[in-house]
Design a protein around this ligand. Structure first.
Ligand SMILES: [Zn+2]
Length: 120
């Protein structure tokens, strides 16, 4: 029997953000309608992200990718600005859309206080 879901959500492993992310996912996507890839640094290593998206697309027929980077991410180190994250998110979106043109991609920047800012 095949099983499908709508989206894959990619976000950082950082423990400080998990409660915010869980609440946001439940409010915005509901329960059990998405795959979840927890990657250190979010889109920091875009090729790891692409690999997860590929598997999710093949196994579960997703139509959407949700990428979440966050403030004060240890993988980016000190001094990583919101603009830096925005640029990485944009780059990841472009790469994913080039390989999977049928997938919708949304990107978000999450502050340490739990505010999600939609970037694309
Ligand atoms: Zn992080």
């Amino acid at each position: 029997m095949s099983h499908t879901c709508e989206s894959i959500v990619v976000h950082c492993m950082d423990f400080r953000l998990q409660t915010y992310i869980n609440q946001w996912l439940e409010a915005n996507l509901g329960k059990a309608s998405y795959d979840r890839a927890v990657m250190a640094g979010g889109v920091f290593d875009v090729y790891d992200v692409i690999r997860q998206v590929d598997i999710s697309a093949r196994l579960h027929g997703i139509s959407k990718v949700i990428l979440i980077n966050h403030e004060d991410c240890g993988m980016y180190g000190l001094g990583a600005t919101e603009e830096h994250h925005e640029e990485d998110l944009r780059e990841a979106e472009e790469k994913i859309r080039r390989i999977f043109p049928y997938l919708e991609v949304d990107t978000y920047y999450l502050s340490l206080s739990g505010v999600f800012e939609k970037k694309s």
